[in-house]
Write a protein that binds this ligand. Structure first.
Ligand code: NAD
Length: 377
């Protein structure tokens, strides 16, 4: 079976779907691996390392799409790229399938079995394939590093002959994978951290990291079976904003990472709240790619609003591309290994397996994922 990895074409994307270590694992399974020349260069992996790991190199992007039995990528392909795939091939990457209906349809028309890495179920067995977690974790780290870079303060407390410097106050909104890593990173830098999330189970996790949990009573919240937050009503969001106002105003850094799976991010930090921040404060919006938690955030820009820096830089995991590629590639390899028949040296698409059922979006010429099919009541 031939596994190919074409280069990413999204502007500014430095991550790669496969690393040399990942290639070595796939070769060990008995797969023939071909990667596009320059695949990992921006992430810090030279072509020679891929060859040493057992891959062949190709300079022909289209050839990799045309000949792959399994095509492994990071970002979604273009419609023209899908056209090049062979019927019956497997294509695994992030696909943004809720918003990319035309793309999903095209995969179906081509008879390609498309796997959406966002749809890997959140089960213990699938944890090692969970790209949302592996990337969000690095995003949370990078958000704190950016905040520290743009802040006019240092994070730790320092007692010096010239007096005492108090620790920076960091407020984290949304404590999923990214938020938890943001808390841990800010704590390591010595900041005083407060955090809030609508899911009640989070309070314990926040406290175990040595941060304070902001308690807000907004009524019934809860989470889905996959651990995602349920969307709030407009009234609940209004209550939340009111309750967060004081903590925001008292913070040197606000990091917002609140998301509701498959939906636009809720707007939680309003203009009024931004106006209450001290000049020199920094707000990092980790939800900028799904619409933003911060009112007026500009996609992929850092803006200055009356001395308050609003950081809307996109693709934070892509700013640490070596480690982001390492963990993304490990997620892909775990998926291939899980369904690899060692004797036949092929990937077996087990249609009744819970993981495949969760992440397969098209197969046999049809859209097959229940999350994308019209609801039957
Ligand atoms: P996410 O990226 O969808 O959302 C980030 C956070 O925003 C969540 O914690 C959510 O509760 C929070 N949020 C939503 N609306 C909010 C609001 N109005 N105000 C404040 N916060 C709000 O979530 P995620 O980071 O992908 O993961 C969510 C949970 O799933 C985490 O607890 C994580 O540990 C768990 N998880 C489990 C597995 C597994 O079991 N295999 C794998 C990954 C994640």
């Amino acid at each position: 079976m031939k596994i190919t990895a074409p280069r990413e074409s999204h502007p500014g994307e430095n991550r790669a779907p496969l690393t040399p270590d990942a290639v070595a694992k796939l070769v060990k399974l008995g797969a023939q691996v071909e990667v596009e020349a320059g695949l990992g260069l921006a992430a810090g992996f030279p072509d020679e390392a891929y060859v040493k790991a057992g891959a062949t190199l190709s300079t022909d992007h289209n050839e990799l799409l045309i000949t792959g039995d399994i095509v492994l990528r990071l970002r979604k392909p273009t419609l023209a790229e899908i056209d090049k795939l062979k019927p019956g091939a497997i294509h695994a990457s992030l696909l943004d399938p809720f918003n990319e209906k035309e793309l999903v349809q095209k995969f179906a028309e081509k008879g390609v079995s498309a796997i959406s890495m966002e749809f890997i179920p959140r089960t213990t067995r699938a944890q090692k394939m969970d790209v949302l977690s592996s990337q969000a974790n690095l995003g949370g780290y990078e958000a704190v590093i950016l905040a520290a870079r743009y802040s006019n303060k240092i994070f730790p407390m320092m007692t010096t002959a010239a007096g005492t410097i108090l620790p920076a106050k960091v407020f984290i909104i949304g404590v999923g994978v990214a938020g938890l890593q943001a808390i841990a990173t800010a704590k390591r830098l010595g900041a005083k951290v407060t955090a809030y999330d609508t899911r009640p189970v989070v309070e314990e996790q926040v406290k175990s990291l040595g941060a304070q949990f902001l308690k807000i009573d907004i009524g019934e919240t809860g989470q889905t079976k996959d651990g995602y937050a349920k969307a709030l009503t407009e009234e609940q969001i209004q209550k939340q904003r009111e309750a967060m106002k004081k903590t925001c105003a008292d913070s040197d850094v606000v990091i917002s990472a609140a998301q509701v799976f498959g939906r636009k991010a809720p707007v939680l930090v309003t203009t009024e709240m931004l106006n209450a921040l001290r000049p020199g404060a920094v707000v990092v919006d980790l939800a900028v790619e799904t619409g933003g938690n911060v009112e007026g955030v500009v996609y992929d820009q850092v803006t200055d609003r009356n001395g308050v820096k609003i950081v809307g830089i996109a693709n934070l995991p892509g700013r640490v591309p070596l480690h982001a590629s390492q963990v993304y590639a490990a997620n892909l390899v775990a998926l291939v290994e899980e369904f690899w028949d060692k004797k036949e040296k092929t990937f077996v698409l087990k249609l009744d397996d819970e993981i495949i059922k969760g992440c397969l979006v098209t197969h046999g010429g049809k859209v097959v994922n229940e999350k994308l099919l019209p609801k039957t009541s």
